[in-house]
Design a protein around this ligand. Structure first.
Ligand code: C5P
Length: 398
């Protein structure tokens, strides 16, 4: 795991820096050595004294610290670590990294290093969604930099949305994965997510209200534990996760083909809300009113059941096949029946009756149905459901 590894931890200036104190403790508990570096702005949020007390090492703060420069030098400081972690990574520091600027110790270390880098961004939601930050993120990712989070939620500034720094357990998992030590390292997992679009004609389609939020969170959580994730997604409302292979599809039939092409895999998790039918007489050209006042008649044909097809594959059935069941009543009974009918190993069942507010919401309350019973989980954020499920999948594949 992380024991015996040296982490160069760069703390930039954001309110989330308070969580970094706990991250340091947890890293030390696990036997990692932490070399802390703080930006000037970080010192406005947490004190160098707290950081160095927890890290058990002095904080590096100054690019022109001559004694240290003589002893070790910032280049060596940046290279003697097994991993560089930036938590919180601010919009400003990410912009400097993307542009290759080096005007303080933190940015100089990041430019001088050949060690893998993991960022835990934290910023206001508008800063995160700003085209400049999106552009910088793209540059950093194509430079091979890993990113964990941010999560969606309430922000210290009073707004709501993506921008909250990932929680400490998620950052720890991402650190393990970056060190090639995650519990799912070497495992390949296919995840389906989002709705499907079934065309009526070239401009119209039948869809459903799935946002893809739970599937996306799950793919992210599995990747964070080190899995190689193939993320097969219909046209979803939420952006796809980072660090996974993304295969975009529209129809259920395309989704099945993409999943089959992604096999063999150790596990398959079908979180997509797949349309049960497609329009068998979809038109090649845009359908027009013919003036008769008669409405067109659509013929429907059943779509393939991707989950059942994967669960019943003879040669290359994944070791673990997981489905979801959204029900409005008798959740457990229906989900048990579904598990048997589809031939999958687990079903993650939830109650989506309108009163629960789960459909399209940020939270989920699920029951995990395995061969050995039904476990009701408490109401959790979709990210937390994903992290729990990812850990269970890791245990099952261990
Ligand atoms: O039968 P139902 O749609 O309720 O089953 C839900 C589960 O089956 C989900 O895991 C969903 O992703 C999967 N499914 C599928 N292909 C379909 C229909 C459902 O993979 N055509």
């Amino acid at each position: 795991m992380v024991s015996g590894k040296r982490i160069l931890l760069i703390v930039a200036g954001g309110i989330a820096a308070y969580k970094t104190l706990d991250l340091i403790r947890r890293l030390r508990e696990r036997g990692a050595a932490v070399t802390p570096v703080m930006t000037q702005a970080a010192e406005r949020f947490v004190t160098p004294l707290s950081v160095s007390a927890l890290a058990g090492e002095a904080v590096h703060r100054d690019l022109f610290d001559l004694t240290r420069e003589a002893e070790m030098g910032h280049i060596q400081l940046s290279r003697s670590a097994d991993l560089v972690v930036v938590a919180p990574a601010t919009a400003n520091l990410m912009a400097k990294m993307a542009g290759g600027l080096a005007d303080d110790l933190a940015s100089t270390l990041l430019l001088a290093t050949d060690t893998p880098v993991l960022l835990a961004p934290a910023m206001n939601v508008r800063m995160w969604t700003h085209p400049a930050t999106r552009r910088n993120l793209g540059v950093l990712q194509s430079d091979g930099i890993r990113v964990v989070g941010p999560n969606e939620g309430d922000m210290a500034c009073g707004e709501y949305g993506p921008g909250r720094m990932a929680e400490v357990p998620e950052i720890l998992s991402a650190i393990e994965a970056a060190l090639g030590a995650g519990p799912l390292a070497g495992r390949r997992i296919v995840v389906t997510s989002g709705p499907t679009h079934e065309p009526i004609d070239p401009v119209r389609y039948i869809a459903n209200r799935s946002s893809g939020a739970q599937g996306t969170a799950l793919a992210r959580a599995l990747a964070t534990l080190g899995a190689e994730v193939v993320f097969v997604t219909g046209p979803a409302a939420v952006p796809p996760p980072q660090g996974v292979e993304i295969v975009r599809v529209e129809t259920a039939r395309e989704m099945l083909a993409a999943v089959e092409a992604a096999l063999p895999a150790d596990a398959a998790v079908c979180a997509a809300a797949v349309a049960d039918w497609h329009v068998a007489n979809a038109a090649d050209q845009k359908m027009k009113k013919d003036g008769s006042g008669r409405a067109p008649v659509l013929d429907f044909a059943e779509n393939p059941d991707i989950l059942a097809r994967i669960a019943r594959r003879a040669e290359d059935r994944p070791r673990l096949v997981v489905g979801f069941a959204a029900e409005t009543h008798d959740v457990v009974a229906h989900a048990e029946a579904k598990r048997a009918r589809k031939g999958c190993d687990w079903i993650v069942a939830n109650d989506v009756s309108p009163a629960t507010g789960i459909m399209g919401g940020a939270e989920n309350e699920v029951t995990l149905i395995t061969g050995s019973g039904a476990e009701a989980w408490p109401r959790l954020s979709k990210d937390e459901v994903a992290q729990r499920l990812a850990r269970r999948i890791a245990e099952a594949l261990a």
